[in-house]
Design a protein around this ligand. Structure first.
Ligand code: MF3
Ligand code: CO
Length: 260
């Protein structure tokens, strides 16, 4: 279980998280029809290195039967859920693009994601984005001392399921600290008051991945990219947070564009 050991550690987590947030806000400014996902990746890597940070995903290899992830960002378009590999794909008007990025700065990690519209998008896609971001906000509101991981998952599940959306269950949020992935896993479904209880100083990444169709995903031929099984759209919003005495603090303060 990852917990802050000192006020200094909170400062370092904030610094790493701020670089992550700034990368996402910069990428968003460049998302438009005609741009390739590799151009966005280059922009992200250059910015992270200019801050003295290290891209956490580049070279990441969770098991020996996988190839190292080649990008700084994950760039997942439309029916791609997560772990899209940046490349020559040209974004088109009406696409949605999920960008996930992790940074290590001075030994501490930040991780966040956002799904962006490319130009004008359909009402159905905009609704998917709004529901997914709102589900993240509800999960963060539930992340208070004395609550449990089940309360966080339930906040997502009880909001999105009645609206008819699917939750990705094979991938979860996670503790984050000196390493990108620490205990505990943070699922986007659960039961109130069940599971690990949330304690002061815990730092976690909450990351709902929501589909407009059926609840099933598959991994593509490159061994990385996760697709919705039925070809429906997916969205992904993530923030790293710290659970403090007076509530959750957002460590990756990327700018929301959701209409309130
Ligand atoms: N962002 C993912 C997570 O939050 C990790 C992606 S690792 C990569 O767990 F190598 F695939 F990029
Ligand atoms: Co994450």
């Amino acid at each position: 279980m990852v917990r802050l050991k000192s006020p200094e550690e909170l400062v370092l987590m904030r610094r790493a998280g701020k670089v992550v947030a700034d990368v996402l806000d910069r990428v968003r400014e460049s998302v438009r029809p005609g741009v390739t996902t590799l151009e966005l990746d280059t922009l992200a890597e250059d910015y992270i290195r200019s801050c003295g940070g290290i891209p956490l995903f580049k070279g990441y290899c969770p098991s020996s039967d996988m190839t190292p992830f080649p990008g700084t960002i994950c760039a997942s378009v439309n029916e791609e859920v997560v772990h899209g590999i940046p490349g020559p794909r040209v974004l088109e008007e009406g696409d949605i693009l999920s960008v996930d990025v992790g940074v290590s700065l001075d030994g501490y990690c930040g991780d966040a994601a956002c799904t962006y519209p490319v130009g004008n998008i359909s009402g159905k896609r905009q609704a998917l984005l709004d529901v997914t971001e709102t589900s993240l906000n509800k999960a963060i509101e539930a992340a208070i001392r004395g609550h449990t991981l089940g309360d966080i998952g339930y906040a997502v599940e009880s909001y999105v399921k009645p609206l008819g959306y699917g939750i990705v269950r094979d991938y979860t949020g996670h503790g984050i600290g000196k390493k990108m992935h620490e205990a505990p896993q943070v699922p986007n479904f659960g039961h109130p008051r069940r599971g690990v209880s949330l304690q002061r100083g815990m730092t976690i990444a909450i990351e709902p991945m929501i589909m407009s169709g059926r609840e099933d995903v598959r991994v593509g031929e490159n061994g990385w990219t996760v697709f919705t099984a039925d070809g429906s759209d997916a969205a992904h919003f993530e923030r790293s947070i710290a659970i403090l005495d007076d509530g959750p603090e957002i460590l990756t303060p990327w700018t929301s564009r959701m209409a309130h």
